[in-house]
Design a protein around this ligand. Structure first.
Ligand code: ATP
Length: 427
């Protein structure tokens, strides 16, 4: 594997070298494991270093942190530590085995050999290790023929109860299959279907399903994976009424296309939470009540749930107004500024027509970032006492700015003077 490691960028090679030396000093064996090894062999960029240590991983990470003044977060209970080193996150874990006292529950974990650590993993392609700590530097450890499965583009579980122990692996299998253009190997597929028929996705703790759904929706293009998931498992594990038909997939494909355009067209705007947009598209066919039930079940973060529900609550009236050719820019702003970019984006995709699209584009292009230059201090200097009148004036100035009737601070102040004169609001 040395030639694979040699192809890594210099900073990553440097980090691996430092970890290797520290492991020798500590007299422990350290191994690169998991997705990093998989992607290294595939030639896919992945610089999330994941290390398993046959020994005390926390002590090794602490020594490195001291030596290189790296930030360290320790999870004593799990025997793990995360270092932030040269802007990279590196996970250290003491090798461990897992035992599932009950299916679909979290496993009981105890320290063990590297082989046991690899045996607890999801698929053969994620169960390889590369030794980095001593004279065996670069040696591939591949107890489950992961390299052969990578070569043959196969997703294979390590034992027959894998999906029963942890049904979230159903989502992971589909995600990796679609990401790399692999195939789920025949026996693995039969086991996956058995687990689906046993409704295993419905018995897992919903938060664990949620985390895997989010990872799936964060894939570069999650639509093929959703299609595959729909055909292999259906979506009733998300909600019994959730079904994706042609219109649903067409909406998802439009989302996918327009997400790419958004980052090209608006590089100055904050990045969209794209998984959340896909999720809104996914639950588009569900009623508000059922969408609220989904959000409750998956316990999304407050800000996430708020945006999903805000999308579901978009009223026909708002869409009608956005379709009005004569709407003022300040009117567009008033309709959309309280909504998140994700919701506005979904409105554009879901209710697309020429006028609405042009109005939403104006919002993203200019209106959403329009600010006035006048401050409370300026109003005070013009003789106005602080009070509710300030907000009214700011709103009128902002509307004028949105509608292009004032352009700079001088014009803003001129408008304010006119307003004061008209309403006589002086000290
Ligand atoms: P990605 O490229 O999506 O980050 P990854 O393989 O690095 O993929 P992680 O979720 O970071 O995925 O997991 C790291 C490793 O932990 C995996 O490669 C796999 O070996 C193991 N793993 C993760 N989730 C599971 C699971 N549910 N069951 C068994 N092993 C798992």
């Amino acid at each position: 594997m040395k030639h694979y490691l040699n192809k890594l960028p210099q900073d990553i090679r440097g980090i691996i070298h430092n970890i290797s030396q520290a492991a020798v000093e500590e007299r422990v064996s350290a191994y690169l494991v998991g997705g990093f090894v998989r992607d290294l062999i595939l030639g896919e960029p992945n610089f999330d270093l994941d290390l398993t240590v046959d020994g005390d991983a926390i002590k090794l990470a602490q020594n490195l942190a001291r030596k290189f003044q790296a930030r360290i977060v320790i999870h004593k209970r799990f025997g793990t530590a995360t270092l932030t080193f040269c802007h990279k996150k590196i996970d250290f874990a003491t090798s461990r085995k897992e035992c599932y006292p009950e299916s679909a529950c979290l496993p009981v974990v105890s320290p063990s050999s590297l082989k046991d650590d690899l045996a607890r993993r999801d698929f053969s392609i994620n169960a390889m290790a590369i030794e980095i700590s001593n004279k065996n530097f670069g040696r591939l450890i591949d107890h489950f023929n992961g390299k052969e499965d990578l070569d043959n583009k196969k997703i294979r579980v390590l034992h027959n109860l894998s999906f029963i122990d942890d049904p979230t692996r159903i989502l992971r299998a589909i995600r990796f299959e679609q990401r790399y253009g692999f195939n789920i190997e025949a026996n693995t597929m039969a086991l996956l279907k058995d687990a689906v028929n046993l409704s295993m996705l419905e018995v897992v703790e919903p938060q664990r399903i949620r985390d895997e759904i989010i990872l799936l929706l964060k894939e570069k293009d999650p639509v093929p994976a959703l299609k595959r998931l729909n055909s292999l498992a259906g979506l009733k594990f998300i909600h019994p009424c959730l079904k994706l038909k042609r219109a649903g997939f067409s909406l998802l494909r439009n989302v996918s296309r327009q997400i790419a355009e958004f980052s090209r067209n608006y590089p100055g705007l904050r990045r969209l939470d794209t998984w959340l947009i896909y999720f809104c598209a996914l639950v588009d066919g569900l009623s508000l009540k059922n969408s609220e039930a989904v959000c409750r079940k998956f316990v999304f973060r407050k800000g996430e749930e708020k945006r999903i529900i805000a999308y579901k609550k978009i009223k026909r009236g708002l869409i009608r107004k956005l379709c009005d050719k004569k709407i003022k820019f300040s009117g567009i702003y008033e309709l959309l500024e309280a909504q998140s970019y994700e919701v506005v984006f979904m409105v554009r995709v879901r209710f697309a027509n020429n006028v609405l699209n042009a109005n939403v584009d104006h919002f993203f292009n200019r209106l959403s970032t329009t600010r006035i230059h006048t401050s409370g201090n300026d109003l005070h200097q013009l003789g106005l006492e602080p009070g509710p009148g300030y907000q009214k004036i700011f709103k009128q100035v902002l509307d004028a700015k949105l509608n292009n009737t004032v352009k700079n601070k001088q014009e803003e102040l001129a408008l304010i003077k006119q307003l004061i004169k008209k309403h006589g609001e002086t000290k």
